[in-house]
Design a protein around this ligand. Structure first.
Ligand code: CAA
Length: 257
């Protein structure tokens, strides 16, 4: 279907999605959610895609959930419809998903960036959970994911005061993996995604799954899981190819098998 709220492109082995509601600073409404999850799931199923980049505009990655859509929401509707639960579909994408963030990433925008596997930020990026200023609190994962990223003290500060964090503070706090000049943001994210897409896809996907396990389990269980997944990689032709290529001083030719 043609998309109205996002722009979707395939660039070699990288799926590229740009949020595109400029008139609302990419506020996340239901229509955008439906399109974004459909596009992400299509890339996830596409054998030619090895990684995905998600970005917004220069001014805003996304300025939050759509406040105008929520304005008349009643508790019963929110509860019965399990409002925001559909966003969890983003976290079920199995291929690496990189958020390339410039400008505002506020409320649901910050939460969407945190659902991605890592965040590359432009030096113009501003992160925040300002829901408290609207009489609510984060509802798309901010209270939990931000706390895991930056720790209790800074997460409390952000969620309780609603203040914004600039890109330098976000990098210092571990929220983003790298900060680049705004003009290089898409190039840097596409290069990172292209690099990932050049590796063995099953190994990439198992690596993502295993790192994510660190957030869901104890250290002992996580280490056991890692070892078992590591062992299983020796069933792949790509393990033999990668190590042979190293020994033979040539580039590997991974077949995703
Ligand atoms: N929802 C709906 N519309 C939004 C929006 C949002 N989250 N953020 C911005 N917009 C709209 C504005 O209403 C405005 O539309 P109009 O031109 O029709 O009035 C347009 O986008 C441009 O915004 P501004 O004129 O406000 O732009 P600015 O440069 O002066 O300010 C801003 C930028 C500081 C980001 C400001 O827009 C702002 O504070 N936005 C709201 C941020 C926010 O509170 N986000 C949290 C939302 S709640 C949430 O996300 C819940 C959750 O946990 C998931």
């Amino acid at each position: 279907m043609p998309y109205e709220n996002i722009i979707v492109e395939t660039r070699e082995k990288v799926g590229f999605i740009q949020l595109n509601r400029p008139q609302a600073l990419n506020a996340l409404n239901s229509a955008l959610l439906a399109e974004l999850t459909e596009a992400l799931e299509a890339f996830d199923k596409d054998d030619n895609i090895g990684a995905i980049v998600l970005t917004g505009s220069e001014k805003a990655f996304a300025a939050g959930a759509d406040i105008k859509e929520m304005l008349s929401l009643h508790f019963a509707d929110a509860y019965l419809g399990d409002y925001f639960s559909e966003w969890e579909r983003v976290t079920r994408i199995r291929k690496p998903l990189i958020a390339a963030v410039a400008g505002y990433a506020l409320g649901g925008g910050c939460e969407l960036a945190m659902m991605c596997d890592f965040i590359i930020a432009a030096d113009t990026a501003k992160f925040g959970q300002p829901e408290i200023t609207l009489g609510v609190m984060p509802g798309m994962g901010g209270s939990q994911r931000l706390t895991r990223f930056v720790g209790k003290s800074k997460s409390m500060d952000m969620c309780l005061t609603g203040r914004m964090m600039d890109a330098a503070e976000a990098e210092r706090s571990g929220l983003v993996s790298r900060v680049v000049p705004a003009g290089d943001l898409i190039g840097e994210a596409m290069r990172a995604a292209g690099k990932i897409a050049s590796f063995s896809l099953p190994v990439v996907m198992m690596t993502k799954e295993t790192v994510n396990r660190a957030y869901e389990t104890t250290l002992a269980e996580g280490l056991r899981f890692e070892r078992r997944v590591f062992h299983s990689m020796f069933a792949l032709d790509d393990q033999h190819e990668g190590m042979s290529a190293f020994a033979e001083k040539r580039a590997p030719n991974f077949k995703n098998r």
